[in-house]
Design a protein around this ligand. Sequence first.
Ligand code: OFO
Length: 169
Amino acid sequence: MKISPSVQDVLNKQINAEFWSAYMYLAMANWCEEQGLRGFANWLRVQYHEENSHALKFVNYIHERQGEVKLQPIEAVPLTWKSVLEVMEKTYEHECKVTEMIYNCVNVAEAEKDRATVNLLQWYVDEQVEEEANADEIVTNLRFIGESKGALMQYDHVLKGRSFKDETK
Ligand code: OFO
């Protein structure tokens, strides 16, 4: 069954939001790299790849449902932050906003009685629980670390271990 115009529209908006997220995380990764925080930069680059994969999952789905993918311009993202704590606080806040957007997609799909899209979106609902928890954990750890440069460098080293696995397939 071909995707309805309202579901197609809200998924196209979500594609733009996912690419915007990718762009923002790449900007954050660049900033961390420039501060010498290579582990945080790595963690955020993985986040960048994840967001691209989230966008592509929607792109593929719209094609599968014989719809039309309408790519829109990506708005500018912030380029500087006061501290790495601020970077991660903004990450957490952003993920909460994305969760709301995904819930809105679910509402539109439910209003159209589009079971397939509701089913697809459940993957994103679950993913958002993880995204929020990951960012929240790092914020909590950074608050414990406080002003300790040694502890920050150790934690930065731990974050070098994160690698990208495409979970959308
Ligand atoms: Fe696509 O999960 Fe973050 O934004």
